[in-house]
Ligand binder design. Structure first.
Ligand code: FUB
Length: 339
């Protein structure tokens, strides 16, 4: 992920224009997955640090080592940091880079789903369990069988089924897989070919494994055709999320190198999803990653930017703002900085 030039940005002015401020500022947080558990808001973010690793397209400078869970009694805050919920040294199979996590609740247990690199540098996705939403979480000895790439997002459907969405290109390694099989020789498709797609798998009843082989999540254009790899403004890059509104499934994601959070809508958790538009315009910093959560009948977008660190891409801060579904189901695009 190349660094963007930031010398032209006046951060004092930008912070005045920002529609929201960081929910915490004593540590850097990113990739927020928000849930309401037992009437309280819990946010499961990445915990950004500066490990002194040079920038590169693999994202090696995103060298996170642990997770903190943040909670809020109300959407106005304050936000409480519950301390270290899981550290990479306590994950038997993982060596480094705890990237964007998510969490789920079932039968009184809380599950933290997280990507990390094994000793050989390959990303997989693991699960850790706690008796409380804030942890501490105890990791399973092995990653989820047949899991790969990054950015797990677990959606609980109304019938009690749980689905994991995952995947990310470039540093997320998705381009190395075809039909769930790794091959070092695989690369991104050409611009005129269909873009790589995120994956979805139903989870087993204990939420510890996939109940099926991961399936591709199709994202279609207005003509019912798969989005193309060269359609950088609309095609999937990373940061899957699913929410349901008005009986429809909304699959949202980041376009990575064009820095949008977009969404596509479908009638089944498996898709296909049809591209409907943008949720969030570019933030300061290279990455954009979000979640969407209903709190007391209103919908909120949880997102991050790098304005607190004055533009350091791997030192981000979680923010939140209201998200509006229009009468026809479309979502109002959010501009993170008022003009
Ligand atoms: O935080 C590390 C990576 O950056 C995440 O996994 C991506 O979604 C991007 O936000």
């Amino acid at each position: 992920m190349p660094e963007e030039p930031i010398s032209h940005i006046d951060f004092d002015e930008l912070n005045l224009k920002a529609i929201s401020q960081p929910i915490v500022s004593h540590l850097y947080t990113a990739d927020p997955s928000a849930h309401v558990f037992d009437g309280k808001i819990y946010i499961y973010p990445s915990h950004d640090i500066d490990a002194g690793i040079p920038f590169n397209d693999n994202g090696d400078h995103f060298a996170m080592e642990d997770y903190h869970v943040i909670s809020m009694d109300t959407i106005q805050g304050p936000a409480v940091d519950h301390g270290v919920a899981l550290h990479v040294k306590d994950v038997p199979w993982a060596k480094r880079q705890l990237w964007a996590p998510d969490a789920a609740h079932k039968n009184g247990q809380y599950y933290l789903f997280f990507p990390a690199k094994r000793a050989d540098g390959i990303f997989q996705i693991g699960v850790a369990i706690a008796g409380r939403p804030e942890g501490p979480f105890i990791a399973q000895n092995e990653p989820i069988l047949k899991s790969y790439s990054i950015d797990p997002a677990v959606y609980e459907d109304n019938d009690g089924s749980y689905y994991m969405y995952f995947g990310g290109i470039w540093g997320g390694q998705l381009q190395k897989y075809r039909k769930n099989i790794y091959n070092e020789a695989h690369e991104l498709p050409a611009d005129h070919e269909p873009a790589l797609l995120p994956l979805v798998a139903k989870m087993t009843d204990d939420l510890l494994q996939f109940a099926e082989d991961p399936k591709e999540v199709e994202i279609l254009d207005e003509n019912g055709e798969l989005l193309l790899a060269g359609d950088n403004d609309r095609r999937f890059f990373e940061a899957s999320w699913v929410h349901k509104y008005g009986g429809k499934y909304y699959f949202s994601y980041s376009t990575g190198d064009t820095h949008y959070i977009c969404y596509a809508v479908g009638r089944s958790p498996y898709g296909p999803f049809t591209y409907w538009g943008r949720i969030l315009n570019p933030v300061v910093g290279w990455t954009s990653h979000h979640s969407i959560c209903e709190v007391n009948g209103k919908w909120y977008l949880f997102y991050h930017d790098s304005s607190l660190s004055k533009g350091v891409t791997h030192l981000r801060s979680v923010k939140l703002t209201e998200l509006v579904h229009r009468q026809d189901g479309t979502i109002e695009t959010i501009d993170p900085y008022n003009k």
